[in-house]
Design a protein around this ligand. Structure first.
Ligand SMILES: Cc1cc2nc3c(=O)[nH]c(=O)nc-3n(C[C@H](O)[C@H](O)[C@H](O)COP(=O)(O)OP(=O)(O)OC[C@H]3O[C@@H](n4cnc5c(N)ncnc54)[C@H](O)[C@@H]3O)c2cc1C
Length: 305
């Protein structure tokens, strides 16, 4: 059994033990994680990876936990959390057409959207209202029908489990619908270079306002959730399939399929991960029975089964 306490002497960042994950995820469910490590900088990530390799220890990477459901029995491997750290933003190049910036993986998307709005930079508008960090957005290729984070990315820098640091351009990253091939294993994003177009601050601001207004109207933002539970199958919306399968408003204890947006499961208070997972299984089953379509998860589920 690895001595996790050793991490406090190996690392300079914050190392917390027995962390209640419902406090660290937007769904607000789940048991404890043995250890959550927030690195001080990239050298600290390298030190953590050295330790993980030496001890043959698995680990999980997280950002803000807005797309993450942790099971009730908790997580037995350490979590490396890239939030409230690696959150710098630096303009590298600016000309008449646009701006190229390097952003840390821990920067909240909302902060990037705010910066772009204030400086009249266009490109981030479709990402307005998506919670979470830039690192999480890259791993998920987060976005909306209007565009995804991969649209503005020039390069991504990440550290592999082996300790090797790599910088790949957008094409080589293998972005797909809510996935990124190069980030599907244990690699940790540390930063990305993004390119934004010069525009008019008023125009950017009104596009962002329209996106936010639409989300407020169509999503149950007053309850804890993980956003969309399922990916949209080709040519059809997951919420519609769930709706037609009768899942709207279906509840298991404190969790229910939102009446406002059937692809959201909300925590109405005191929900356990088990309730959310039961609803997920029921949704998959009902949609499969009715349409033969197998819904695929968009959310990431971790922890002891
Ligand atoms: C109310 C609400 C609305 C939402 N709306 C949208 C939406 O419109 N569109 C959309 O796409 N998503 C949406 N989401 C889902 C979620 O916000 C996004 O997927 C977000 O990008 C996740 O970022 P995060 O930092 O919270 O990542 P987490 O949830 O912490 O992690 C998600 C995944 O990313 C990986 N990851 C996180 N950080 C890193 C890193 N630094 N390096 C490598 N891997 C990493 C994790 O391992 C995990 O696999 C919504 C969620 C909520 C709660």
């Amino acid at each position: 059994m690895t001595d996790l306490k050793e991490l406090t002497s190996v690392l300079r960042g914050s190392v917390l033990f027995d962390v209640q994950m419902h406090e660290y995820t937007s769904m607000q469910v789940g048991g404890a994680c043995v250890c959550v490590f927030t690195p001080a900088d990239t050298a600290d990530i390298t030190a953590f990876l050295e330790w993980a390799r030496r001890n043959e220890e698995r680990y999980f990477v997280m950002g803000s936990g807005t797309n993450l459901i942790v099971r009730d029995k908790g997580v037995r491997s350490p979590i490396i959390r890239i939030k409230d750290t690696l959150d710098s933003l630096q303009v590298e190049q600016e000309d008449a057409s646009g701006v190229v910036m390097t952003a840390g993986a821990g920067i909240p998307l909302a902060q990037l959207v705010k910066y772009c709005t204030e400086h009249g930079l266009s490109g981030m508008e479709p990402l307005a209202g998506i919670p979470g960090t830039l690192g999480g957005a890259l791993a998920m290729n987060a976005g909306t029908a209007g565009g995804t984070v991969s649209d503005i990315v020039e390069t991504v820098t990440f550290i592999e489990r082996s300790g090797r640091t790599r910088t790949l351009n957008r094409k080589a990253m293998g972005f797909g619908y809510r996935t990124c091939r190069e980030l599907s294993s244990s690699s940790i994003v540390v930063s990305a270079v993004v390119r934004l177009r010069k525009s008019d601050a008023k125009r950017v601001s009104s596009s962002v306002a329209a996106v936010l207004e639409e989300k407020t109207r169509t999503q149950p933002l007053n309850y804890p959730s993980s956003g969309s539970i399922f990916k949209n199958p080709p040519k059809v919306k997951a919420w519609k399939l769930l709706d037609e399968a009768g899942m709207r408003g279906v509840r298991v204890r404190g969790a229910k399929y939102s009446e406002l947006h059937t692809n959201f499961i909300v925590n109405t208070g005191q929900a356990r991960a088990e309730d959310v997972l039961t609803l997920i299984d029921a949704g998959i089953e009902k949609v499969r029975e009715k349409t033969k379509i197998k819904l695929e998860l968009e959310v990431v589920i971790i922890g002891e089964p």
